[in-house]
Design a protein around this ligand. Structure first.
Ligand SMILES: Nc1ncnc2c1ncn2[C@@H]1O[C@H](COP(=O)(O)OP(=O)(O)OP(=O)(O)O)[C@@H](O)[C@H]1O
Ligand SMILES: [Mg+2]
Length: 289
């Protein structure tokens, strides 16, 4: 369990509400206790007794349960007969939660931004005077989990992330500079650094035994980051916003992904923002609703 201390911060967070975000992979539950926000995270599985136990024990103290996320419907139905329960639009919840986290961390209001939440899938929200769900991508943490399971039989996200940190994508990925002769001045030095083809160094003469899963996993994270970053950049351009706030569970301790998204933002003249505990955004937004 994590805690965010609120001492010295002037913010009004309801003390009688529990915010619950049940995503496809992870369930996030948040509530105030004394002067701290308590943050819990569980795997979203059928009959997860930890989730049920927590919600059951807290219902004497907390009078309202606010649910967000695609998997919350049956819990909402169950609790709506016992206490005040609300079902909250996920995109509104994400936006409200991001505003709160930003304020707690940076001590100022978040200005117009694109919010890119990389969960099991990826959703993209425009936050200006209103909140607009622009769309998303099926590339995200779910693709990653499926990939590492299928290829390497890895089930543990943290294990995969730690392997990725030790890998070198350029053992398998092809850069522009791998294609163009060094003397060829049709391409400049910046363009040479771009990825020309993910996994493009693997060909019919590659020896499968010499390929390293650390490089593969690193490459896949970079591939996801580059593609999501490009989609986000184009959407930000379309809607004339400079800030791109990236969040969601796939970013958790994921330095490889953060680095790629940061580089892409610099190249495309956008401002990438990463907040701590961003996987709790929708739960925090539900708490604030
Ligand atoms: N402890 C963990 N266990 C499993 N996945 C994790 C863990 N930590 C981070 N992840 C990554 O986070 C992703 C889930 O992120 P998140 O919790 O934001 O999504 P979700 O809310 O469950 O899904 P969605 O909103 O798309 O329904 C997983 O797909 C995985 O890549
Ligand atoms: Mg989610």
């Amino acid at each position: 369990m994590l805690k965010i201390k609120l001492s010295g911060i002037d913010v009004n967070i309801p003390k009688d509400i529990i915010g619950i975000d049940m995503g496809h992979s992870l369930t996030k539950i948040v509530f105030m206790e004394e002067n701290e926000i308590n943050l819990f995270i569980y795997s979203t599985q059928k009959n997860n007794t930890e989730i049920t136990n927590l919600l059951e024990t807290k219902k004497e103290i907390y009078k309202k349960y606010n649910f967000s996320g695609g998997k919350s419907f049956s819990f909402y139905n169950y609790y709506s007969t016992q206490l005040k329960a609300k079902l909250i639009d996920e995109f509104e919840a994400i936006s409200k939660g991001v505003e709160l986290l930003y304020f707690l961390e940076r001590k100022k209001e978040l200005s117009n931004s694109l919010i890119v939440t990389i969960g099991t899938g990826t959703s993209i929200i425009l936050k200006n005077e209103e909140i607009l769900h622009l769309g998303g991508s099926a590339l995200g943490g779910g693709f990653f989990m499926g990939f590492i399971k299928y290829l390497f039989n890895i089930n543990d996200f943290n294990e995969a992330i730690s392997l990725a940190k030790q890998g070198n994508r350029y053992n398998v990925d092809l850069k522009v500079s791998d294609i163009y002769d060094p003397q060829d001045n049709r391409v400049d030095s910046l363009f040479r650094e771009f990825t020309a083809a993910s996994l493009g160094k693997i060909n019919e003469s590659s020896n499968l035994n010499s390929l390293n899963r650390k490089d593969f996993i690193n490459s896949i994270i970079c591939m996801l980051g580059e593609n999501l970053g490009i989609i986000a950049t184009l959407m930000a351009d379309n809607h004339k916003v400079e800030n791109i706030l990236y969040g969601g569970g796939f970013l958790k301790d994921n330095k490889v992904l953060k680095k790629i998204l940061s580089i892409l933002s610099i190249v495309n003249k956008k401002k990438a923002i990463f907040l701590n505990n961003s996987e709790y955004c929708a739960a925090l937004g539900a708490l604030m609703s």
